[in-house]
Design a protein around this ligand. Sequence first.
Ligand code: SF4
Length: 321
Amino acid sequence: MEKKEKKFIHIVRMTIRHPEKVNKPINPLIKKPDWIRSKLINSQEFFLTKSIVNQHKLRTVCQEANCPNITDCWSKRHSTFLIMGEVCTRACAFCDVITGKPKQLDSLEPVKISSAVKKLNLKHAVITSVDRDDLDDGGANHFYEVIIETRKNNPETTIEVLTPDFLRKGDSYKKIIEAKPDVFNHNIETVPSNYRQVRPGSRYLSSLELLKNVKKIDKNIFTKSGLMVGLGENKDEILQVMDDLRSAEVDFLTIGQYLQPSVKHHPLDRYYRPEEFEELEGVAKSKGFFLVSSSPLTRSSYHAGEDFAKLQRNKINQINA
Ligand code: SF4
């Protein structure tokens, strides 16, 4: 393809997906190191997952956020459902999900998710959403409906939600706690000094407060949060985030490499080496998290089912210790 043609396609894609980023400066992409390569698995299970997602007309964050683990996860029938549409009302500088004005909620979505979970025979289902600042409750009631309906048809399946921050939505998040998900995940994403640039529509302390309140209200729900590295943070700041999350009694921490989706997204500062992830994992464990997953390709929903089983085991071991 000609250089000019490529540039034109890129501008069209950006205008459609991220209108707010069109006038942003160009941040050249940095070549990925060897340890970032995603696995190429061409399995029947992958295509089965794909067909079930398509048949139910569902969205997944695996596709919408261009996740590098998609072939690996879908080959194990694990996909993370994206509810409340594919258009997000925030414009985070790191994220590849489409930004704009979302459509009305699909009242049949809880039934569709529940049916897809059954067809995929999932032991552990992960459900996330775009930010819906346009809704009075931020979408908390819709999350509630999805959890209840999914559990009704899949009583043995454990449910993990990865939610927005419900900023300026009062107590609406409590509706989700009422539905008793097994894991309540909310990603802190980055260190506080990066928030203005990376997560301009969000507030570090509000995200922490949400996690803290979930645990305060229901101690039986595991809480989880994720941090990306490579956005220009320093080590002290990472350690401070770990301490803040522990103060909020967060059980499970995930740490993964930020991958810059396009030249108009937040610039990548650097790729962390695998041994740096191991070191961060060791430090986080010493701070008392029940579980820590830290590697270049760790994402908050990567290996979520296996990790949930480990979380349960670790909790039992700690109680018996
Ligand atoms: S890591 Fe999460 S978002 Fe990525 S493919 Fe796996 S399930 Fe999907």
